[in-house]
Ligand binder design. Sequence first.
Ligand code: ZN
Length: 300
Amino acid sequence: MQDRKKRVQRLKKIIVITVATLLILPSIFCIILAVRIGNLEKQIQELKKEGNKSLEIVWNEETIEPINTAEEKTEEEVETEEAETEEQNVQKIYLTFDDGPSIYTEEILDILKRYNVKATFFVTGMNMPQYKDCLQKILDDGHTLGIHTYSHVYNDIYESLEAFQEDFYKLRDYIYECTGEDIKIYRFPGGSSNTIVSAQVREQIMKWLKEENIQYYDWNVSSGDASNTLLSAEEIAENCINGIKKCNTAIVLLHDSGGKKSTIEALPLIIEGINRLDDTILLPMDEETVAIQQIRLTEE
Ligand code: ZN
């Protein structure tokens, strides 16, 4: 009888311990996981703050010291390093306007002047010679010009390398005649990843551009001002600012073609929005600008 009681008590103990263990272990796991998730979230926030450049910055900041730290740095070296770090931490933003010049280009130039902002115009020959004076005015105001296309007819220009070259030369020579500038930056109509051009012709074009020392640029922020549904100025500005926040270097796609009146209304909102962001600089593009490209040449 006594024995049986003891056995029952032992059994009870075992059951209690088993149940307790089954409850406690998962709880401990949960706590550990919660702490780890908390840490990871903190890291994600930090990374987000520093943008895509974060890895580079973490590398620089955290631990890695140059091996030859024993060598004293001159004051000049320290200053250069500080300037470089500062430059690295500033987000470069490029406003680009495609498909002009048009009836709206002058107005856009006026707004940019009012805010003392420089931008880039990827022009077409569509409205030439009517708006040809805009080409020189763009340069006189300190902006840069890029080649987009003379005709902007996708099926024609993407038919073959020869057809592409003909269109390209036509606009390049026209700009040269009007301004004396030999333009070295280019933007594919529809972007480099457009689906009109065949993969073969695209590659031929890219190789040829490279031989000609022409750098092509797509965009990583789309304002949406060319979308089928007409967006309000506020929506365009919001698209730009949200897109810019996600990028390290931001190339913003806008249009100054006829019919893009909301872009004009959006422009002050975009510039003011950018000015409210920390550590940003608005710049005109040139061939030294970091190449934002949707599709790159596969060789090499
Ligand atoms: Zn275009």
